[in-house]
Design a binder for this molecule. Structure first.
Ligand SMILES: Cc1cc2nc3c(=O)[nH]c(=O)nc-3n(C[C@H](O)[C@H](O)[C@H](O)COP(=O)(O)OP(=O)(O)OC[C@H]3O[C@@H](n4cnc5c(N)ncnc54)[C@H](O)[C@@H]3O)c2cc1C
Length: 401
């Protein structure tokens, strides 16, 4: 029997760990139940940190961990899923294509930034969404030091005043000072269509965020969209032209395109609708998890967000349930009652909220310490030590905050 997991992000990694844990507990050998994980690289890209400097350091190796828990790593990108033949078509880096058959499939292919068709965006927009994008932005920022010291060089525009946009913008004053010096007269401006900053963060959080932006001198242009951009500036829907050589797009995430390979219902973000066990109901043998799935996480009407916090736990449930079906064991409904957010606010500290109503629990330096702990410890893979790694993947315990 073979369980195939697509994706080596937070969800895929925990799906593999959790499936391997159940196999181990049941005394089933890797020959009886093969667990294979398909991804372009055997590394975890620590996406929640990609707004930070030195993005090239923000990955964690997974190969040793996979060896320790007897998970077979398959290098490549899944291009097609044939759910009736139960095969995945995989393209390796050298272009060679091969099919891989499965008895159960866990789709954990994550998400990516959605770039609308705005003139100039594809050619001139930067982002902090993928490792390559974050590295390209970092190189560009360092390259600014060699350019004439114009207002455009010294101005960074971040489009999107949600979670990612705020983290990218509040980190930027310090990043620019480190590259351009203290006297460069840098500006950072957040542009958002909404009339308020961080519309999803709730009323309790907004004053904390607005205070941080004021403290850091980050400006906002709210209630306006983007008409176009080029290498020297951005034009807003209000007609305002801002001279800038750096536009960072942080407005809108969609599930990775692989979800389109499954003939089943998807939401507006391209996520596959799944049942409480994280199965794709219309397609036998297929589970979806993490940013690739839309799942209820409690009985109160809350749904998992595209977040690392949800992806790790959803991954653990999906891996467990896919292996459980193959081993004729009961499956477990995914549930995740606790929900917190920890928003980095650069040199203004951080903001920690609890619950879906996002009640502020910590701000400033105390919250910053927690953010640091989350970003440098909690979201990293477990060590490549079999017993401890498998124990860390109990679906009931993963990220139970
Ligand atoms: C700048 C930034 C800040 C963030 N901050 C936070 C935060 O503070 N807190 C939080 O909870 N979340 C945060 N997030 C969101 C979080 O990173 C995502 O929700 C999380 O990465 C989702 O995990 P995942 O495993 O579902 O997908 P991903 O991490 O996207 O991993 C997907 C995996 O699938 C692989 N893959 C994709 N397509 C294929 C294919 N066709 N074949 C094979 N492999 C494939 C990819 O290579 C990757 O290994 C942030 C994201 C960004 C970009």
């Amino acid at each position: 029997m073979r369980l195939v997991i697509i994706g080596a992000g937070f969800a895929g990694m925990y799906a593999a760990l959790s499936a391997a844990r159940l196999r181990d507990i049941q005394g089933v050998s890797p020959e009886q139940l093969e667990i294979a994980l398909v991804a372009p690289q055997p590394t975890l890209v620590v996406r929640p940190r990609l707004y930070e400097p030195h993005p090239e350091t923000l990955t964690a190796p997974l190969l040793e961990l996979f060896h320790a828990i007897d998970v077979v790593y398959v290098q490549g990108s899944a291009e097609a899923v044939d759910a009736s033949a139960r095969t995945v078509g995989i393209a390796a880096a050298d272009g060679v294509r091969k099919p891989l058959s499965y008895d159960r499939l866990v789709l954990a292919s994550g998400s990516r930034l959605f770039r609308p068709n705005i003139p100039g965006l594809a050619a001139h927009g930067f982002s902090v969404d993928s490792l390559d994008d974050a590295v390209a932005l970092d190189r560009h920022l360092h390259g600014l030091a060699g350019r004439p010291a114009t207002d455009g060089r010294n101005t960074v525009v971040v489009v999107g005043g949600g979670f990612t946009g705020i983290e990218a913008a509040t980190e930027m004053p310090a990043r620019l000072r480190a590259i351009l010096g203290n006297d460069a007269g840098t500006r950072v401006i957040i542009v958002d269509r909404n009339n308020v900053i961080a519309p999803d963060m709730g009323l309790d959080s907004r004053p904390v965020i607005e205070d941080a932006l004021r403290q850091l001198g980050v400006e906002t242009r709210l209630g306006v969209g983007v008409a176009s951009l080029d290498e020297s500036g951005i034009t807003l829907s209000s007609g305002e032209l801002i001279g800038t050589e750096t536009v960072i797009w942080a407005a809108g995430i969609r599930a990775a395109p692989l979800t389109e390979q499954i003939s089943a219902e998807r939401d507006n973000s391209g996520r596959l609708l799944v049942d409480r066990e994280l199965r794709v109901p219309a397609v036998q043998g297929v589970f979806a998890t993490g940013d690739a799935a839309r799942a209820a996480c409690d009985d109160d009407g809350n749904y998992a967000l595209m977040s690392c916090q949800h992806a790790t736990r959803m991954g653990a449930f999906a891996g467990h349930n896919a292996a459980a079906e193959l081993l004729d064991l009961p499956t477990r409904p995914y549930h995740q009652k606790a929900y917190v957010t920890c928003l980095d606010l650069g040199e203004a500290g951080a903001l920690f909220t609890r619950g879906w109503e996002r009640k502020v629990e910590m701000v400033g330096e105390v919250a910053k310490k927690t953010k640091h702990e989350i970003n440098t410890v909690w979201i990293y893979p477990p060590k490549a030590e079999r017993a401890a790694a498998l124990a860390s993947a109990d679906p009931e315990r993963v990220t139970d905050l």
